[in-house]
Design a protein around this ligand. Structure first.
Ligand code: ACO
Ligand code: ZN
Length: 446
């Protein structure tokens, strides 16, 4: 399982609190079975000579090349070369390569040196054939899988053209790490920061107003002036040390934009809306005597034609896998209940997003099914939970709890089977205490 690696940073901040370095790369590891790609080192001279010949034939590698690459687990995994760049002090043939591990999510893409690549495994005929067909028509899942095995998550609703455009534009991560409050966090994806920030490997965020800067000294100067100690907007929930703030993107435009830039570093398939006016942001914080520290957020359109009750959701990596994601999801449904509407998250869902939603839906629905000995319909479940009927159906189908009888869906709810599924669904996460939610649905003013 992915353990959270936290190593202290040098203690050079002004308030003397411990910094934490947070390594987020263990995250896919627990979802993907890693095939044993280990190969023994070849030490003899013949091998060395053949390697040199091979290097001469294939270097520098073309973009699109498929080759095996040594990963942080010290094993070899298949990658595709996404981009290459000359090394600063290298010769004309000395390149670094930006690679995508085809078995893993794009958040693990990285720059690697030549010595990580096993040149004997280079596949020279680059498979552009597959990528060239079907430019405009929607691809089947199978075709997409051929293009890139690992890239199915979150791509379901993108056609080939927009998928390619998305990947071309966002192919290389621009910012590698950020500093936010006590944490240094490795980023996952490209985010379209204004051009003047794109030459920085690291950005420094004010954890309260989310302004970002290129240098630590700028941040330190900013922290002496910044008078925010929590997100702008209204505190609509407080329970223990947890608080939720509702931020109107129209009233707090800069904050909304900063939040989107920050969030995009961890969200792959989300268009960045500069039009933050149309959204409300629900920012979850852990509060202490120094202030309210953001742990995650979700955004929500003020008016959604498609009944979306959540646009983007993020738990910052240092806080992941502690139940905050399920709290945010539960919170979004509590808001829908207060509005008297059913809701559903905006698509596509990411791999982690889908896991979290599946877990939430499963637990909520099975808890009700357990209590209701009598028959209950999907419509009734939807009314009770604010979960959209389609999502209920797909969840129960996934658990094989739906039978199709006389043209109608029927839920079969054998208590033993329910218990088994509930156990498998894992921990419940942090509870939303509805009595602590003080909120009225959004109304246009003026
Ligand atoms: N590996 C395996 N399973 C995971 C992982 C992981 N790395 N992370 C979450 N899960 C699953 C687990 O089933 C977990 O439940 P469990 O801990 O009881 O087993 C469940 O998801 C939720 O765990 P939480 O701790 O409640 O969720 P978390 O605070 O980690 O937040 C979230 C989940 C928001 C999806 C987070 O992973 C994240 O921010 N990811 C990056 C952004 C993203 O992908 N957002 C969703 C995009 S889709 C959309 O916005 C509509
Ligand atoms: Zn600030």
């Amino acid at each position: 399982m992915g353990s959270l690696v936290e190593t202290p940073l040098p203690d050079n901040n002004c308030n003397g609190n411990n910094h934490h370095h947070h390594n987020t790369h263990d995250h896919v590891y627990d979802q993907t079975s890693v095939p044993d790609g280990n190969r023994p080192p070849e030490n003899n001279m013949e091998a060395e000579a053949s390697r040199k010949r091979r290097a001469f034939d294939v270097l520098p590698l073309e973009v699109g090349t498929r080759v095996m690459c040594r990963w942080r687990d010290t094993k070899y995994h298949p990658v595709k070369v996404i981009e290459r760049r000359r090394m600063h002090f290298g010769g004309p043939n000395d390149y670094e390569y930006y690679v995508h591990y085809t078995e893993f999510n794009r958040r693990l893409d990285e720059w690697v040196k030549l010595e990580h690549l096993d040149l004997d495994s280079v596949e020279t005929d680059v498979d552009e054939k597959v990528e060239d067909k079907g430019t405009t028509q929607k691809m089947t899942r199978h075709q997409k899988r051929k293009i890139d095995e690992s890239q199915v998550d979150g791509h379901e609703e993108l056609d080939a053209a927009s998928l390619r455009e998305h990947e071309e534009f966002t192919k290389v991560k621009n910012i590698a790490t950020i500093e936010l409050g006590r944490y240094e966090i490795e980023t996952w994806y490209f985010s379209p920061f204004p051009p003047e920030y794109n030459d920085s490997l690291k950005l420094f965020f004010c954890e309260f107003c989310l302004n970002f800067m290129k240098r630590k000294e700028q941040l330190q100067r900013h922290m002496r002036k910044c008078d925010l100690k929590h997100p702008p907007g209204d505190e609509i929930y407080r329970s223990g040390t947890l608080s939720m703030f509702e931020v109107d993107g129209k009233k707090n435009k800069v904050y909304g934009q900063n939040l989107c830039y920050l969030a995009k570093l961890f969200l792959d398939h989300k268009t960045l809306y500069y039009d933050v006016d149309l959204f409300l942001f629900y920012v979850l914080c852990e509060c202490d005597e120094r202030g309210c520290h953001m742990v995650g957020y979700f955004s929500k359109e003020k008016h959604s034609e498609e009944a979306y009750n959540l646009a983007c959701i993020l738990t910052l990596p240092p806080y992941q896998r502690k139940g905050y994601g399920k709290f945010l999801i539960a919170f979004s449904y509590e808001l829908s209940k207060k509005e008297g509407k059913v809701g559903t998250p905006e698509r596509p869902l990411s791999d982690l997003g889908l896991l979290s939603y599946r877990g939430y839906w499963t637990r909520v629905l099975l808890d009700i099914l357990k209590k209701h000995k009598s028959n209950i319909s999907i419509k009734e479940l939807s009314d009770m939970t604010a979960i959209k009927a389609d999502d209920i159906l797909s969840t129960l189908q996934g658990l094989e709890l739906i039978q199709y009888r006389k043209g109608q869906h029927a839920i079969c709810a054998d208590p033993k089977i329910l218990d088994r599924h509930l156990k498998a669904a894992g921990r419940g996460g942090l509870e939303v205490d509805v009595s602590k939610l003080i909120w009225t649905p959004y109304k246009e003013q003026g």
